[in-house]
Design a protein around this ligand. Structure first.
Ligand SMILES: *[C@@H]1O[C@H](CO)[C@@H](O)[C@H](O)[C@H]1NC(C)=O
Ligand SMILES: *[C@@H]1O[C@H](CO)[C@@H](O)[C@H](O)[C@H]1NC(C)=O
Ligand SMILES: *[C@@H]1O[C@H](CO)[C@@H](O)[C@H](O)[C@H]1NC(C)=O
Ligand SMILES: *[C@@H]1O[C@H](CO)[C@@H](O)[C@H](O)[C@H]1NC(C)=O
Ligand SMILES: *[C@@H]1O[C@H](CO)[C@@H](O)[C@H](O)[C@H]1NC(C)=O
Ligand SMILES: *[C@@H]1O[C@H](CO)[C@@H](O)[C@H](O)[C@H]1NC(C)=O
Ligand SMILES: *[C@@H]1O[C@H](CO)[C@@H](O)[C@H](O)[C@H]1NC(C)=O
Ligand SMILES: *[C@@H]1O[C@H](CO)[C@@H](O)[C@H](O)[C@H]1NC(C)=O
Ligand SMILES: *[C@@H]1O[C@H](CO)[C@@H](O)[C@H](O)[C@H]1NC(C)=O
Ligand SMILES: *[C@@H]1O[C@H](CO)[C@@H](O)[C@H](O)[C@H]1NC(C)=O
Length: 797
């Protein structure tokens, strides 16, 4: 029953389906669509009718101004910036391409440099602000008279003087010839500002890529700026203008036709806002980007000879459709950038030579998507190895904790956090893998198998622990219920872990009157629970199982909730994001804390194998070490060694706490009053009054009088501070340090306690006053929580 998918999973699928199914267009929607199409048609016609130079406003009186939103003089955009930006872009082209740059831009040269023709991938680097305008604002009410905006605050306004930028390019195939010289391109740019708050802006840009000489012009488009329709006017020459206009004349018309026919439902197909961002209509600064690709540093004979672009073409083909298992050497793409905002009036440039020394920046660099995916695939494979190692450790731990008594020591929450972490990592990873198109199915499949196995085994183990511990919980509840009415007269206050007398047939057995054969390796708790289940009480049967159903539910709700929250968190401001991710990471890396807590509460010294604790700590830290210490990590996270050090320190502290709990006692660092009293298996033994109150000796000595043993007497006479007992499990002698009498116990106890702490670990005294070697009794108690001599129930260790 519990293994079936819980009903909410089906609900989730239905909800997702409903969410993803597009709504039928409402009448208002189709009206808006028609309006948008009419506007776009007008804009395209204006582009068709225009000639190069129309944008250079106000120079000649007879110039026909462009009839496009944002380009008309009365809209007050700062087109004065255009000229300096274009000059800068030309300089960058000359620096990158050398002598032939001008000829290439004007279309008079066929010395094509060695450039990637398909720049799908990303580049990143640093920018600096080089120009700012502090005149009056753009008159918004003149551009959009209908009050489109609800806010006066402009987004994407760059105020810092430097920061970093990352641009993801995407070039789709539209059936053009491979040697086409101009192509559409779209990009997602992220501009981060170096402010204390860590602001960053994200936008989508559309533009054209002049493949032959590596120039890319991108622009944002919005209701106050017809960027894509005016784009050819931003080109550097009449030649590139005509190339761009011809391309856009064709492709924009295609999109508009699709929109008109209802194939494309987006009323703003070139919108610069990210999906889900336009909840509030706020004005954004518009951007125009010029990017110049630098020649690929491949040492081919002849440099920019016409045939060499063919070589690079074959390299790119091999990258996309590999015939060999190993990737050919693929240098990163390098691009210089200059961008300006025509309405907010600032200019930013990439840092790098020749204006700045190469140490300060090397423009924007980044891999082609195929090279990136290749590296990503390898790293993900390493991650799979880590997952496999984790699984191995988990399996060993599961084998070790095969008895209910050992299982009940393990903290449910520790294992739950680990499983949650695995689920989170792999789910997030699968979503991430879907984003990189070139990620192979193999990759996703590996992730999926790992996901299944971890979730499967992890959940299986959780279920076992839960089942064992739920009987423990119900016992506690019963005990509380039993204790509350008759609390004062309970003699059990000295020994609260003692079982209340069971109401079932076990009662007779526990009285000790009958010899018992313990049929299995289970402890009494579990057997009692089993028996009670077996009693077929209608309200009791299968309750742990049913209980685990709700645990399943909560686990997956939490997992999916976390994943969705984290997905949402990617749109938050950088500082909030980092607080969120640090909190999450810290909560995850605190996975040993519940175990430490459980050890304290149950007075249990050791629950998990050491290889499990150490191995899991290292394996769980490894991905963070990769993300925070390795610069080329696939998530593109900036290295942060301090955070990593804090994280490692925190895990180290937890491991140390567990280590000292094993050797110094689980409660050595908490006060006794904070925790429920627990039975102390390692008491200080006092030999006062002929052992009358000697906890374990009393019985043994009494036994001696009855002629059962004689060892004690001999030991006693030899050394007053030592006594020798018999361990009933291994039949060997057990030498126990004893404090002479109650009178000088205070003095001797104070000095002997610290030294005696470890000595006392060597023996264990049961509540029924039998004494054993610790090793022997612990081994015994792994299987049954019963005194080997008198079959009294023992409190769990
Ligand atoms: C500009 O275009 C709009 C429609 O897009 C049109 O109504 C207006 O008359 C045009 N203005 C000029 C000066 O052509
Ligand atoms: C474009 O030019 C044609 C003639 O070439 C003219 O009829 C039309 O009105 C012009 N459109 C705009 C928007 O200027
Ligand atoms: C744009 O395309 C239309 C037809 O699709 C064509 O008539 C027109 O001449 C083109 N404009 C330019 C400037 O090439
Ligand atoms: C586009 O411009 C050309 C001239 O450049 C003109 O012949 C053609 O009619 C125009 N097309 C449209 C749809 O305005
Ligand atoms: C903005 O434009 C509106 C309408 O075109 C005009 O009434 C208003 O005076 C302008 N405001 C400024 C500050 O120029
Ligand atoms: C560029 O490369 C990407 C990734 O391999 C591919 O999806 C895209 O179709 C390519 N574009 C062109 C125009 O070849
Ligand atoms: C592209 O190559 C084809 C032959 O493969 C050739 O016919 C065409 O002219 C070339 N186009 C350009 C722009 O070089
Ligand atoms: C741009 O080139 C076209 C021909 O392609 C020519 O008719 C036009 O006059 C040129 N414009 C400028 C500003 O040079
Ligand atoms: C747009 O394309 C349609 C057919 O696809 C054609 O009829 C129309 O003239 C084109 N318009 C422009 C402005 O290119
Ligand atoms: C952008 O920020 C600068 C500096 O804070 C400010 O002077 C300018 O008015 C802002 N621009 C807009 C459009 O809000």
């Amino acid at each position: 029953m519990a293994n079936n998918p819980p009903p909410f999973a089906i609900l989730l699928v239905i909800l997702l389906f409903l969410y993803l199914t597009p709504d039928p267009p409402s009448p208002g929607e189709s009206h808006r669509q028609q309006h948008a199409v009419a506007h776009e048609r007008g804009a395209l016609e204006a582009l068709n009718n225009s000639t190069y130079g129309d944008l250079h406003l106000g120079k000649e009186e007879d110039a026909r101004p462009l009839n496009l939103t944002g380009f008309r003089p009365e809209h007050g955009f700062r087109w004065e910036l255009l000229e300096s930006a274009q000059d800068k872009a030309r300089d960058q082209a000359r620096y990158a391409l050398g002598e032939t740059a001008d000829g290439l831009i004007e279309g008079g040269s066929d010395q094509y440099p060695l450039l990637y023709h398909n720049v799908t991938g990303f580049v990143e680097g640093e920018w600096r602000r080089t120009g700012a305008y502090d005149g009056p604002h753009v008159n918004l009410s003149a551009i959009t008279p209908h009050g489109t905006y609800t806010s006066e605050d402009w987004k994407r306004n760059v105020t810092a003087t430097s920061g970093d930028v990352r641009i993801h390019f995407r070039e789709k195939e539209n059936g053009e010839a491979w040697n086409t010289s101009v192509r559409r391109i779209s990009a997602r740019a992220t501009i981060g500002e170096e402010t204390s708050f860590g602001t960053w802006w994200e936008m989508i840009l559309y533009g054209i890529h002049f493949v032959d000489f590596g120039e890319i012009i991108l622009t944002t488009t919005s209701e106050k700026f017809d960027g894509i329709f005016g784009l050819p006017h931003l080109a550097l020459s009449n030649h590139t203008f005509s190339l761009g206009r011809d391309l856009l004349n064709k492709t924009l018309n295609e999109t508009i036709e699709k929109q008109k026919e209802g194939i494309l439902e987006d009323s703003a197909p070139w919108s610069s806002t990210m999906e889900g961002e336009d909840l509030f209509s706020v004005p954004h600064c518009e951007y125009v980007f010029y990017l110049q690709q630098h020649p690929v540093p491949l040492n081919l004979p002849g440099g920019a000879a016409p045939g060499n672009s063919l070589v690079l073409h074959h390299l790119e083909e091999e990258l996309r459709f590999p015939h060999r298992p190993f990737l050919p050497k693929t240098p990163d793409m390098t691009m210089s950038m200059v961008a300006f905002s025509p309405d907010c009036g600032f200019t930013i440039e990439s840092k790098g030579p020749p204006d700045l020394a190469p140490q300060e920046g090397k423009h924007l660099k980044g891999p082609k998507t195929e090279a990136y995916a290749f590296v990503a695939r390898r790293h993900v494979l390493l991650f799979t190895v880590i997952i496999a190692a984790q699984l191995l450790l988990l399996l060993r731990q599961m084998k070790e904790a095969s008895t209910p008594s050992t299982r009940s020591r393990i903290s449910f929450y520790t294992i739950a956090i680990l499983a949650l972490g695995d689920g989170f990592a792999l789910l997030g990873f699968a979503l991430f893998g879907m984003q990189i198109e070139s990620t192979t199915m193999l990759l996703l499949a590996t992730a999926y198998v790992a996901f299944l196995s971890v979730i499967f085994f992890g959940m299986g183990f959780l279920k076992e622990i839960w089942t064992v511990q739920s009987t423990e919980r119900s016992r506690e509840e019963r005990q509380q219920a039993a204790n509350s009415p008759q609390a004062p007269n309970s003699p059990e206050t000295t020994q609260p872990e003692t079982l209340p007398l069971p109401v079932t047939a076990r009662q007779a057995i526990n009285s000790g009157a009958t010899p018992i054969i313990i049929p299995s390796d289970q402890d009494i708790d579990a057997e009692i629970a089993e028996n009670q289940d077996g009693d077929a009480n209608a309200n009791n049967q299968g309750s742990p199982r049913r209980g685990f159903g709700s645990v399943y539910l909560r686990f997956y709700l939490l997992l999916f909730g976390l994943v969705f929250l984290s997905l949402h968190a990617t749109t938050w401001p950088a500082s909030v994001q980092s607080v969120y991710s640090s909190t999450l990471t810290f909560a995850y890396m605190s996975f040993l804390v519940p175990q430490i807590y459980r050890n304290v509460m149950r007075n249990c010294r050791k629950a998990l194998r050491w290889d499990f604790v150490i191995g899991q700590s290292i394996l769980r830290l490894l991905p963070f070490a990769y993300l925070y210490a390795y610069k080329g990590n696939i998530l593109l996270i900036e290295p942060d060694l301090n955070f990593l050090a804090v994280l490692c320190g925190w895990v180290w502290l937890q491991v140390c706490a567990l280590l000292s709990q094993e050797h110094l006692g689980p409660r050595f660092f908490v006060r006794d009053t904070w925790v429920p009293p627990a039975y102390d298996y390692h008491p200080v033994l006092r030999a006062d009054e002929e052992g009358a109150s000697l906890p374990s000796g009393a019985k043994v000595l009494a036994g001696e009088e009855a002629g059962m043993t004689t060892t004690t007497k001999a030991g006693e006479s030899r050394d007053k501070s030592k006594k020798i007992f018999d361990c009933a499990i291994c039949m060997q002698d057990l030498e126990v340090p004893v404090i002479a009498s109650a009178a000088d116990a205070d003095g001797a106890g104070a000095s002997g306690l610290s030294g005696g702490l470890l000595a006392r670990r060597a023996y264990m005294v049961t509540p029924c006053r039998h004494i054993f070697h610790s090793v022997c009794l612990e081994g015994w108690m792994r299987y049954r929580l019963q005194c080997p001599i008198c079959r009294e129930v023992l409190p769990p260790l």
